[in-house]
Design a protein around this ligand. Structure first.
Ligand SMILES: NC(=O)c1ccc[n+]([C@@H]2O[C@H](COP(=O)([O-])OP(=O)(O)OC[C@H]3O[C@@H](n4cnc5c(N)ncnc54)[C@H](O)[C@@H]3O)[C@@H](O)[C@H]2O)c1
Length: 330
């Protein structure tokens, strides 16, 4: 076990959004590492939380169905914890435009109140926040590094940006050790495939597994993809060292690929499948960021993190998971 993983043995670890895609994958790893894991999740049906995500380990983890907007619950739940992985979030860009206040409450206000709970009840805790590439908006240059201007194109991006900066502020002003990882498109087993709220790739995967055609909008846009195990490793590495406190880090993928080529790759890995190329629906186009891929050299140099699971392999693992378990994710 590498030293950063040994850090978690016997540690008390709280994961908000712990029944979601990334949170649950992180929880499974933390349990393997011998951590004492507490998951907090609201299980709001439109979001990615799913009890099946922790199937088989229910007896090894404590689960608290609470909403991070509930300051009283959070004040209690942060107490005694060594590490907080703060992953609870509203992830849909479209939902954030249709219901901006809920996004504000979860992605910004609740983040502030979680940090207030830490300040008042557990100032020694270490916090890692799951931020997003969405806060950059339309890139001025590629690959995007952390010095790029933050100019979000949707409400979700603005609120996640605020959530991220509350963490950095509380680190700098109050000494609550915190850092943020700006995740790019993350994919893998346990992602939401019911709809495109979490990622368009989710709905592609579901439809191809069901033997139905999926839609590619335009298809020329460039993207990078992080396999979920790589994202989890970055979260663990960031939690295990104080060198990262007060900093923000991009994650990235092992390659840059257009969505059309991704569709081709998915069909190839699946062995069969069909898709149609369509124009962008206007309401999506207005908040689209165009091409995006990250420069992740900062986290590479500070933590020696880089993506290890190639896209083809990650897609194969994802398809295998949903071929077996799709009924739990429809
Ligand atoms: N998946 C990606 O590609 C990606 C990219 C960038 C950033 N992120 C960030 O990573 C984090 C985890 O994302 P994910 O992909 O696992 O999504 P997810 O929807 O599967 O996980 C988020 C979890 O948070 C829970 N949650 C939402 N609101 C809550 C509330 N008010 N109280 C308690 N729990 C609540 C949901 O039930 C869900 O289980 C999010 O903060 C997201 O913004 C994800």
């Amino acid at each position: 076990m590498p030293p950063f993983e040994q850090t978690f043995t016997g540690k008390k670890v709280l994961v908000t959004g712990g029944l979601g895609f990334i949170g649950a994958t992180l929880a499974l790893r933390l349990i393997e590492l011998g951590a004492d894991v507490l998951l907090v999740d609201s299980l709001i049906p439109e979001y990615g939380g799913n009890l099946f995500n922790v199937a088989g380990v229910e007896s090894k983890v404590r689960i608290n169905i609470s909403d991070v907007r509930d300051e009283h619950s959070m004040s209690y739940l942060v107490q005694g914890q060594d590490v907080l992985f703060n992953l609870a979030g509203q992830t849909s860009h479209m939902d954030s435009m249709q219901d901006p206040y809920t996004d504000l409450e979860i992605n910004a206000k609740a983040q502030l109140s979680i940090l207030e709970s830490c300040r008042k009840h557990n100032p020694g805790i270490k916090v890692v926040f799951a931020s997003t590439r969405q806060i950059y908006g339309k890139p001025d240059y590629l690959p995007i590094d952390e010095k790029h201007l933050l100019r979000p194109v949707d409400v979700n991006g603005i609120n996640k940006m605020a959530g991220e900066w509350y963490h950095i502020l509380y680190n700098n002003v109050y000494g609550i050790r915190a850092c943020a990882l700006r995740l790019t498109n993350t994919y893998g087993p346990r992602m939401r495939v019911k709809d495109a709220r979490q990622t368009f790739l989710g709905i592609w995967v579901r439809l191809i597994v069901e033997g139905k055609p999926f839609e590619v909008w335009e298809g020329q846009q460039l993207r990078d993809f992080t396999y979920v195990d790589d994202a989890v490793r970055a979260l663990l590495m960031a939690a295990a060292t104080d060198e990262v406190n007060g900093q923000v880090f991009n994650l990235g993928g092992d390659c840059v690929i257009s969505l059309k080529d991704l569709a081709e790759l998915l069909v190839d890995v699946n062995g069969k499948g069909e898709y149609t190329v369509k124009v962008f629906p206007p309401n999506r186009k207005s908040i689209d960021i165009g091409d995006y891929y990250a420069d992740f050299s900062r986290i590479r140099s500070v933590l020696d993190w880089k993506p290890e699971v190639p896209l083809r392999e990650g897609l194969a693992r994802t398809l295998a998971f949903y071929r077996k378990h799709l009924e739990h994710y429809r």
